[in-house]
Design a protein around this ligand. Structure first.
Ligand code: BES
Ligand code: ZN
Length: 952
């Protein structure tokens, strides 16, 4: 008999957001349970894992392992007979599975009727459930299940329990592969390592023992095993076997469980608190001296970051130790496993002699991000994956405070708007964007959620909330949230509800749901009236949805695409000063417009002061003109205000709300702009507009002249090497951006800067080890210029290819590949892609093609190669979260209907092997559509604007 239980029960929490208004907030992500609980992607709610005692026995020679998982569970409610546990790709010894009732110290056996996998019931189910059915239904109480299993360490992919390797070179030139075993579980790969209740809300205490048997010939004294918790006692090392037992963990989610086996060595530091308690911090890396020397920076910043977060969250880091390990092969950038954070080497190691400032910033931010998760994510965890943004968006926000504490001279908070907000808005203005909070129903969908929306829109709206609440109120509310939910789980409304009492203004939950439950963002049009009441200005505000391209047919929102908007602004009083206005709320349910009165006559206003909030500002023609002058004459002083003004005007130009020529005109003053964030925004807007007219040779030539002229004053104003010690971080950034783009734009091999770059390349290629430190912050410029101005024999290209092969530093490898990919010679590029499939290709096969696709001249080639080698790419990457997205994004640069059809046709029918890139395909197609629209609407005017530059 098939009984259909409704899908709706339990999916949503009804949240009262204001008098009478109730909103469905997705929570559990249910499916029908037709035959039994295994039909549902979610574990049954009446069984909770409480503790695991796990033993793993790994054979280093065969890369096989066996294990025993003992899970203690709390059953609530009576009449339970199905015990479901996640497992995938493991061999379970079904006859050895046992079930027990636990009362105090007394453990009694229960009869098992049968055990089965969900797929035995329905082949199409992929819920990864192993079901243990008890003969008699059990009542509420404590139970225990013991499962013996066997598995294989992954050697072909970097998820679950996997093997990584690097090549150790000896002085006599012999090369030996060195292996490590480590884990990477988020979101749902813990189940591929051992049976477990693999959902974030199933927090339990883990007691782990790991035994590794090594083949003869390996010196086991050099090897160590790390896990989330400290060792319980010194490990035993005898007869080629290392045996390690770890202390019981705090309650934690399965995706955070981790261990690592390697011959790495470490450096350590101690964080000591006022009360004398300590945290032992270690950074583990390869033994080779350059790697060890590169571990110190992480140890320098981590204590400062932890200290800051203990203040920020007002809860101490809860473990005795924090290990951080740099793995030679790693899926993403880093993973926040509790007490044992795993990184790819380039995200943790910084070589003080040869690494660039950009690398330093990357390392500091990845550490700050992962350490932020130790509280937001690990201590308090999202209840279900639909709130992934709570984890990622919050860590991406708090990260900035961690960096600021570790590197106070960087003024990193000034980069929040340009790096987070604009990136999020670019993505979120597309009709194929999605709300922050979404329903997920499959592991692929889940992995696809690790995207710009979860990270950057997430961070942006947290920032917005902090700014409208005020930093202190926000801190009070956050303290309340962490204290209430620690060692537990929370939905997004729990966060908003905890923050709300700390703020006396509008209801935080009510406001925030308009930003999390609907996709996109508004633009606010501010119209000034200075004539009705002389001496006063009446500002009329109106909000509208901002969208690039056409909305999808079924596109609706329960808020009708209106938001609760904190409208902040700066203004200039006629013949007076620039001042900041008081923030006003423009509510979704307001009448269509709202007015503010300022008791002064104003020349202009600029909305969204300091770019703190997540919307665009639009004005009437006269205000735009006044703002353009304010930008030029330096009246508008805040770098973020200038940046957001430029950003907004281009977005509004793209959607035909402002004339394109007006937006481009605003960039004409850029020669005089010396602030890095502003100039980099202007450059990026000009290059984007220019790329749209690349098919017109005259306009395109003028574009490059314009760029070269814009950057000339900057390159003349700087030296290739730092002039002073401890220069502000914007100096190396400016140096890198200005020189790199100037050399590219000038198109003249005899230009002094190009000549200098080419010389530096020649010198470097002769002596890479000796010459790197002298060009570390202009490394990209030197490498790219060497390729852009290469001779017909491709001499530099071949030299650089060799440099790449000899390099074991991933950050450098990426710069080489990106430079090599700039070649205009398609024969070498084809060969490069061919070679990228070799087993020892550096920095990941996908990266070569991705970088080729970056350059206007190579768009067609990249697309052709993506198609012809699709199967190979898909097999390798369709389960990895970020990479597949990058690959399927390659054709997003096209701008014709013909190409749209071609791309669509290619991906149609490939759904099953696109894996985690499915959503990105949709986004890519939407991007092509919007390019087509752009071309139709703006090609002529942009072409004319650039062409006219030449005739002046
Ligand atoms: N939790 C993620 C790691 C992750 C990413 C797991 C994708 C599963 C899928 C981690 O905290 C993270 O976000 N890492 C980033 C670096 C960070 C600085 C943005 C990464 O890997 O790029
Ligand atoms: Zn993260």
């Amino acid at each position: 008999m098939r009984i259909s239980i409704g899908t709706l029960i339990g999916i949503c929490a009804l949240v009262q957001v204001s008098e009478g208004a109730v909103i469905d907030v997705p929570t559990r992500g249910e499916r029908d349970t037709v035959d039994g609980p295994w039909d549902n992607i979610r574990l049954p709610e009446n069984i909770a894992a409480k503790a695991y005692t796990m033993t793993l026995n790994i054979n280093w020679g065969t890369m096989n392992y066996t294990g025993v998982q003992e899970v203690t569970m709390e059953v609530t409610g009576d009449d339970t007979k199905y015990f479901l546990i996640h497992t995938s790709g493991l061999v379970i010894d079904k006859t050895a599975t046992t079930l027990h009732k636990v009362v105090g110290d007394v453990v009694t056996d229960l009869d098992i009727k049968r055990t089965f996998m969900d797929t035995e019931k329905k082949a199409e189910l992929r819920h990864d459930f192993y079901v243990v059915e008890s003969t008699d239904a059990v009542t509420a109480g404590t139970y225990k299940m013991i499962i013996s299993f066997a598995g294989q360490v992954q050697t072909e992919k970097l998820t679950g329990i996997y093997r990584s390797k690097y090549i150790r070179k000896y002085q006599d030139d012999t090369e030996v592969p060195i292996y490590q075993i480590s884990t990477d579980f988020e979101p749902v790969d813990a189940r591929t390592a051992f049976p477990c209740f693999d959902e974030p809300a199933q927090k339990a205490n883990w007691t782990t023992s790991i035994k590794v048997t090594f083949p003869p010939g390996i010196d086991i004294n050099e090897y160590n095993i790390l896990s989330n918790m400290p060792l319980k006692e010194a490990p035993t090392k005898e007869n080629q076997i290392i045996s390690a037992k770890f202390k019981e963990s705090v309650p934690m989610s399965t995706y955070l469980v981790c261990f690592a086996v390697s011959d790495f060595i470490f450096k350590e530091a101690v964080h000591t608190r006022a009360d004398g308690s300590t945290v032992l911090m270690r950074v583990h890396a390869r033994r080779e001296p350059e790697f060890q020397a590169s571990a110190s920076y992480a140890l320098q910043v981590t204590p400062a970051i932890i200290k800051e977060y203990e203040k920020f969250y007002k809860v101490n880091y809860p473990l005795e130790k924090l290990d951080q390990i740099a793995l030679p092969e790693f899926n993403s950038g880093a993973m926040e496993n509790w007490g044992l954070i795993t990184y790819r080497e380039s995200s943790l190691l910084y070589n003080p002699v040869t690494s660039s400032t950009a690398e330093k910033q990357r390392v500091c931010s990845v550490i700050a991000h992962e350490v932020a998760h130790q509280w937001f994510g690990n201590l308090v965890t999202m209840a279900w994956w639909n709130d992934l943004w709570l984890n990622e968006g919050f860590a991406s926000f708090v990260e900035y405070y961690g960096i600021d504490a570790a590197e106070p001279t960087w003024n990193i908070l000034d980069f929040f708007y340009p790096d987070e907000v604009t990136t999020a808005m670019n993505f979120d203005s597309s009709p194929s964007s999605h709300p922050i909070s979404v329903q997920v129903s499959s592991p692929e969908e889940l992995s696809g959620l690790f995207d710009t929306i979860s990270y950057r829109k997430g961070s942006s709206i947290n920032w917005m909330m902090q700014k409208f609440m005020g930093d202190e109120n926000f801190a009070t509310g956050l303290e309340n949230y962490i204290a209430t939910n620690k060692y537990g789980n929370a939905y997004m409304v729990d966060l908003f509800d905890a923050l709300n009492p700390a703020y006396g203004g509008v209801n935080v939950t009510k406001v925030m749901l308009t930003w999390t439950l609907q996709m996109g963002f508004p633009y606010v049009t501010a119209a000034l009236d200075t004539t009705t009441t002389p001496g006063s200005t009446i500002i009329t505000l109106e909000q509208n949805r901002f969208l690039v391209g056409d909305a999808k047919e079924d596109d609706t929102s329960e808020f009708g695409y209106k938001w609760h908007i904190p409208f902040s602004y700066v203004y200039k009083v006629k013949d007076g000063a620039v001042e900041t206005g008081v923030t006003h709320w423009l509510m979704a349910d307001d009448e269509s417009s709202k007015t503010i009165t300022v008791e002064k006559e104003l020349e202009w206003i600029k909305g969204n002061a300091d770019g703190n909030f997540y919307y665009l500002s639009n004005y009437e023609e006269a205000t735009w003109t006044a703002l353009a002058s304010a930008l030029q004459n330096g009246e508008l002083t805040s770098a973020t205000d200038k940046t957001s003004l430029v950003y907004d005007v281009f977005r509004l130009a793209e959607t035909a709300k402002v004339a394109y020529s007006k937006a481009l005109d605003m960039t004409k003053y850029a020669k005089a702009e010396s602030e890095y964030v502003v100039l980099s925004r202007i450059l990026s807007e000009v290059l984007t507009a220019g790329d749209g007219v690349r098919s017109d040779e005259t306009a395109y030539t003028e574009l490059w002249k314009y760029v070269a002229a814009m950057l000339k004053p900057r390159v003349e104003d700087m030296t290739w090497d730092p002039k002073i010690d401890n220069e502000p971080i914007t100096s190396p950034k400016m140096r890198d951006m200005a020189l790199r783009n100037y050399c590219r734009a000038v198109k003249d091999k005899s230009d002094a800067y190009v000549v200098e770059a080419l010389n530096k390349f020649t010198e470097f290629a002769k002596d890479p080890a000796g010459k790197k430190s002298g060009i570390k912050d202009v490394f990209t410029t030197v490498m790219r210029t060497a390729i852009i101005y290469d001779d017909t024999e491709n001499t530099n290209w071949h030299k650089m290819w060799k440099l790449l092969q000899d390099s074991d530093w991933e950050a450098d490898q990426r710069i080489y590949i990106a430079a090599l990919a700039r070649s205009s010679n398609t024969t070498v590029l084809r060969q490069m892609i061919e070679d990228s499939f070799s087993e020892d290709a550096k920095a990941g096969t996908w990266r070569y093609l991705y970088y080729v696709s970056y350059h206007g001249d190579n768009y067609d080639l990249a697309w052709e190669l993506l198609q012809s080698r699709w199967d190979e790419y898909a097999v390798q990457y369709n389960t990895t979260s970020f990479t597949m997205g990058y690959l399927v994004q390659i054709p997003e640069v096209f701008d014709t209907q013909e190409m749209y059809d071609e791309v669509k046709k290619f991906f149609d029918g490939k759904e099953s092997n696109i894996g985690t890139g499915k959503k990105t395909v949709e986004e890519t197609l939407a991007k092509i559509k919007s390019n087509i629209k752009w071309k139709k609407e703006h090609f002529e005017s942009v072409k004319t604007w650039f062409t006219d530059l030449g005739s002046k």
